[in-house]
Design a protein around this ligand. Structure first.
Ligand code: S3P
Length: 167
């Protein structure tokens, strides 16, 4: 049986989970895994394509399987897709694990991802969609997390250090 991930990063799209995850893995001398990448590799298509071809509920089912598999197998740093915590079974699985919520405020989110239409959830009105996403999810990120690290005015290196300090 796997000892489980040394750290699980949760938080919204574009907050830097993949970048910070890679830095943390390097610092800790462990592997880095990202559930979005697992899904793209397993499905052989982009996440945007899965949303367009099958819709969000089908994507969430695929994501749930990928997240549960990664949690069972991976012993390094694990970054979860921004919506993974919408699933109650997943939140339950995260209970007791070293989960860190990387947070940012709405204006920072708009700044970072505003023009990125490859993200299917932000295609129409990014500022309004960001506000709604944050309102719907903030409490879920907080619920699963052992620590919260605000990323707004920090470089990825500073965020990685803050995560290490928080663990
Ligand atoms: C999503 C976040 C994305 C990806 C998909 C849906 C979300 O992952 O899984 O576009 O619902 O917040 P990242 O957080 O890695 O960008």
């Amino acid at each position: 049986m796997s000892a489980g991930p040394v750290v699980v990063l949760v938080g919204p799209m574009g907050v830097g989970k993949s970048t910070v995850g890679a830095l943390l893995a390097e610092r800790l001398g462990v592997g880095h895994r990202d559930t979005d990448e697992d899904i793209v590799a397993a499905e052989g298509r982009t996440i945007a394509d899965i949303f367009v071809e099958e819709g969000e509920p089908a994507f969430r089912a695929i994501e749930k399987r990928a997240v549960h598999q990664a949690l069972a197998e991976h012993e390094g740093v694990l970054a979860l897709g921004g919506g993974a915590i919408l699933d109650a079974d997943t939140r339950e699985l995260l209970d007791g694990l070293p989960v860190v919520y990387l947070s940012m405020d709405v204006e920072e989110a708009v700044k970072r991802t505003g023009l990125n239409t490859a993200r299917p959830l932000l295609a129409v009105n990014p500022r309004r969609q960001w506000r709604e996403l944050m309102e719907a999810r903030r409490h879920l990120y907080t619920e699963v997390a052992r620590a919260v690290v605000a990323t707004d005015d920090r470089t990825p290196e500073e965020v990685a250090q803050a995560v290490l300090d928080a663990l």
